[in-house]
Structure formats: C-alpha cells, structure tokens
Design a protein around this ligand. Structure first.
Ligand code: PLP
Length: 421
C-alpha cells in the first residue's frame, strides 16, 4: 500500500520507531511499555518457548530488571552469583517467596513480632492452603530449634524488627534452618544492605519492602527478592504467574533512590543514635528501644553482625520511644510533635511517627500488647534527614508538654530499659 494513501489515524498510531542510541544513556530509561515487538513471528515463538529476551511487561521489563540487579549487587557484595527480582510491593515479594517454597503440609517458623502484614498472610491466607506456622521469640534460638520439624520449609527472620528493634542472630538461624533442610529467608527492610547483608551470614534469600529505605522518598511502592540464582528463578516464576509486577515508573524511582542509599541511611542512623540518646535522658520517657543503646537486648549482636565502618557500627534509623503514661501519653506525644507527621510507612527523608498500640491490627498484636512484648504507649520514630538538633528539640518540647502527672523522675543513673520486642 502506498504510504500516502494511509489514513490519518493509521499515520497517527504507526509512528516511526524511536532512535536506539549507540551511546549509553546517563540516566535510566523508563520502558513504559506493556510489551515488545519482535523481528518476526519465529522470534516471538522462540521467546515464548525458550525465553532469553523481553516478551511481555508482566514477564520482564528492562527498567525493573535494572532495579532488581542493582539491589542484588548491593546485597551480594561478597557473595557470588546473587540475582534479584522486583515486585509490586514488599508484600508481593513476601507472598511470592511463600508461594514458591511451601506446599500443602509445609511448615514455616517466624518471629512472634513478625511484620503484621506477613503474619496476616501466613495465618489468614497461607493456612487455607495447608501451610502451618509457628511464631516464637527469635531472641532465644532454643525456641526456634524446638518448633523445627521435618516439614519445616522456611525459617523467616527480620534483620531488625520493629517495634522492639530486635536483631536476628542470622548465623545461628542459618545453621538451625540448614540443619533441618529448610531455607532461611530474611526480611531486611529496616536494616538495608548498608547495615547488614544477610546472604553473607548464610541466608538463602533476602527480601525488602523497597517502599521504605531503598526507594527512600516515600513516593513509590515496591519490593525485591535477592539471593541464589536458582531460588530467585523460582520466585520469578510465581511473580510471572501471579502478575505482581513492579511498574516501570516505580522501578525508575526506586533505582534512583539506591544511588543515595548509603548517604541517606548513614546520616539517618547517626541522627537516630543522637535522638535515641536524648530521648533516653528525658524524664517523661519510660523506655527507648534502639540497638545503638548499650542496654538494648540487640546491641551486642548488632555490633557483631552490622557493618563496622570507620566511624563505628550503625544501628538503624528506627527508634521506639515509650513515654510514661501508656497509650494516652503515646498518642499525646504523636500529636504534640511539629516536625514528625503520623504515618504508616517509614524509611523516607522526612521523619514520621506511628503509635504502635493504637495501630495494632491483628490478634497477635493484642497478644504482644497484653503480654508486655509491646508497650501500649510505644511510638515508633522513623528518623529522616532533618537536622538532629531540630528533631531532638521538637521531641523534647513535645514530651515537655505531656501533662505533669504523666512524668516521673528518672532514677539517678538508671539506663532506660529496652522493651522486649
Ligand atoms: C518489615 C516489612 N516488611 C514488609 C513490608 C511490606 O511492604 P509493602 O508495604 O511495600 O508491601 C513492610 C511494610 O511496612 C515492612 O515494614
């Protein structure tokens, strides 16, 4: 057909192909496309059957792969052959790992203080498919050992678990899991590869909610799994089948976030350390949970497992502050802050808070609250990039405004004890 004889609409959609530059782009191109066009029908058929190229946006996308590869590189600094897969959210990544490695009759061991979304998934959904789970205190490896059984497929840990900021004994857990033929999967969202790389301690897979520190700006949801190529291929299979695919625009934002990850996280940790120390000195504060405080139950383990840079070990940027006065005081603290807004997520550039007890969702949370594992007044601070002095002044002023009857003088020299997490 003569080109000139084509109608206006045909010409409008049959646009010339964009140029493919010989030079590498300095920024990451966003492949905002649902699919790809093949040289001919034979190439299409080859890709469907053999793989090895880009077929369809739900299967693979170069921008998403660039993000997953970058996380794999950060997690696999000293471990060979680490691969990554990107997901629509942290929960999509967690679901894919559970679906990939459990069957009806499989058993999973996880911490009692497991992230609530993962807990709900295991108890509310996976149980419908015959997957059972035990939740125990990971601070005591004997409790983990006691519930392992031949059907245990996964030991699920969190490097640094909110709200108590428990630190997982990754080498101990890896040896227990592997001794029983199970995989150790570690959700390292709160630690990030800047503080700790679980694969170096024997974990088989590491999972992140990239929504938090990896992206780091609170503007994109995403998840990622990294680890051994054959395991990651299984997880990819679930992603393709379930369609829990990361969008290319989000992949761009998340990968750009990675470029400043070490700078952001180190500074946020340094501010958090100053903040935690200042909070522990305030008379209206009953407890501060922060592994950087020498009295915290995870301090020694964090010193052993977390990266020791020239300035020393860093302990994360989440600090749980519990004022005297329980739930009411916690709510009053959140509302009295001027810099930190109350928010669900964490890990962004702006400091946010969440009242742990008031946002408890699951029956398990009620058990933790009732059993003293979580104080009803606990407030989790996600320390951002503001100046430390401003954050401390804001929190001190907020604590000062709590009514006098909620305050009790600190015993002379008494360290503020961590709340068991
Ligand atoms: C430790 C941890 N893992 C996983 C998730 C789930 O991530 P997302 O919200 O990206 O699905 C969260 C979210 O808060 C989290 O804190």
């Amino acid at each position: 057909m003569c080109k000139k004889s084509r109608g206006e609409n045909t010409r409008a959609v049959q646009l010339p192909d964009p140029p493919v530059p010989a030079q590498r782009p300095a920024g990451l191109p966003v492949y905002r496309t649902a699919g790809f066009v093949f040289a001919d029908a034979a190439e299409h058929a080859d890709l469907v059957h053999e793989g090895g190229g880009y077929l369809y946006g739900r299967v693979d996308n170069p921008t998403c792969d660039a993000f997953a590869d970058a996380v794999a590189a950060l997690e696999g600094v000293t471990v060979e052959g680490v691969r990554g897969q990107a997901f629509a959210s942290g929960m999509a990544a967690i679901s894919a790992v559970l679906l990939a490695f459990t069957r009806s009759g499989s058993h999973v061991v996880a911490p009692l203080a497991l992230y609530g979304g993962a807990y709900e998934l295991l108890v509310g959904l996976m149980s419908r498919f015959g997957v059972t789970a035990d939740f125990v205190d990971f601070a005591d490896l004997e409790q983990v050992r006691a519930v392992l059984r031949p059907s245990t497929r996964l030991v699920w840990a969190e490097t640094l678990a909110t709200p108590g900021m428990a630190v997982a004994d990754l080498p101990g857990l890896a040896s227990l899991a592997h001794g029983r033929g199970a995989l150790l999967v570690v959700d390292s969202t709160a630690a990030t590869p800047v503080l700790c790389r679980p694969l170096e301690y024997g974990a088989d897979l590491v999972v992140h909610s990239a929504t938090k520190y990896l992206g780091g700006h609170g503007d994109a949801l995403g998840g990622v799994v990294a680890g051994r190529a054959d395991l990651v291929a299984e997880v990819r299979g679930v992603r393709v089948a379930t369609g829990a695919v990361l969008g290319p625009d989000e992949a761009f934002l998340l990968r750009r976030g990675l470029e400043t990850l070490p700078l952001r996280v180190r500074r946020q940790c340094d501010t958090a350390a100053q903040f935690a120390a200042a909070m522990a000195r305030h008379p209206a504060v009953r407890a501060v949970d922060y592994p950087g405080l020498p009295g915290h139950h995870g301090h020694t383990l964090a010193r052993r497992l977390f990266d020791r840079g020239p300035e020393g070990t860093r302990f994360g940027a989440l600090v749980t502050v519990t004022p005297h006065g329980g739930r009411v005081a916690g709510l009053a603290l959140c509302d009295a802050l001027r810099l930190a807004g109350t928010a669900t997520s964490y890990g962004g550039t702006r400091t946010t808070v969440a009242h742990v007890g008031a946002t408890a969702l699951t029956g398990r949370d009620d058990v933790l609250l009732a059993g003293g594992g979580v104080d009803p007044g606990a407030v989790r601070f996600s320390i951002g990039l503001e100046d430390a002095e401003d954050l401390i002044r804001d929190a001190v002023e907020a604590l000062d405004t709590l009514s006098a009857d909620l305050r009790r003088p600190a015993a002379p020299g008494a360290a503020h004890e961590a709340v068991p997490g």
